[in-house]
Design a protein around this ligand. Structure first.
Ligand code: FMN
Length: 232
């Protein structure tokens, strides 16, 4: 058995998790509300936010009891910093595989395309976990991270991205139910918002949208293409 857990804001990490789960004959489980007492091996798929690990995923890692863990960090081609290196330190179990997976950037409204073929060696390793093999720990290097990236990431995301509530909002609060940090109320984001934009996707009336402030727009325009990288 190999569990596949996923945290996803705009669905990109979910698409990668669904790809891996399908190859393993497993189902994707949300990190939120997951039953974590099991020591069974698992893959955890999560997005890179501000070159690091999103706050809800940090809380998940603190509760995770799996003895062997594969970490899959999905990013939008700006810079993945050292998200896997940081995640590895948060996990109690042995990290036996790691992957940075390049997909579209949420803020650039890009789709969740990724190179599935590049992930097949990772799938092979996950299949060994599923069969009960005990695997060696992998080395995940401390790749370069912009020193400013660690400074109040959620606050900087709020500065860079405006959430807009349109007239179509009828206060149904579906967005509130979807919010992973429980800060959304009837289309209005509270101070703890991490700008994952799950609320924008969840709104059944399309009443929520977002706009990038010029500073973030300029930053993303300069982005470099990063590859999918595997540590096996
Ligand atoms: C709050 C936030 C911060 C992000 N920071 C980065 C980043 O530092 N580097 C990067 O390459 N992509 C960054 N991205 C893009 C996401 O990593 C990328 O779009 C990913 O596919 C989103 O996955 P999701 O849809 O599962 O949330 C960021 C996206 C968001 C919403």
């Amino acid at each position: 058995m190999c569990n596949v857990y996923c945290f996803s804001g705009s669905g990109h990490s979910r698409a990668v998790a669904a790809f891996l789960a399908e190859k393993l004959g497993a189902a994707v489980q949300d990190t939120e509300g997951a039953e974590l007492s099991s020591a069974a091996p698992c893959a955890v798929v999560f997005p890179v936010y501000c070159q690091g690990v999103p706050a809800p995923v940090k809380a998940f890692f603190a509760a995770l009891r799996a003895e062997q863990v594969a970490l899959v960090a999905v990013h939008g081609g700006v810079s993945y910093g050292r998200a896997l290196y940081e995640a590895k330190k948060m996990v109690r179990g042995r990290v036996v595989a790691g992957a940075y997976v390049r997909t579209g950037h949420t803020y650039l409204r890009e789709g969740n395309v990724f190179d599935g073929a590049a992930l097949l060696p990772l799938v092979q390793r996950l299949k060994l976990l599923r069969e009960g093999d005990v695997l060696a720990e992998v080395h995940i290097p401390a790749t370069r991270k912009n020193p400013f990236a660690a400074f109040a990431p959620a606050w900087r995301s709020r500065l860079g991205v405006r959430l807009l509530r349109g007239d179509a909002c009828n206060g149904c609060n579906v967005c509130g139910g979807a919010c992973p940090v429980h800060t959304m109320r009837q289309g209005k984001a509270g101070g703890g918002c991490i700008r994952c934009l799950r609320c924008v996707q969840a709104c059944p009336r399309g009443a929520l949208s977002f706009r990038l402030r010029p500073v973030l727009h300029r930053y993303l325009a300069r982005r470099r293409t990063a590859q999918t990288v595997l540590y096996l």
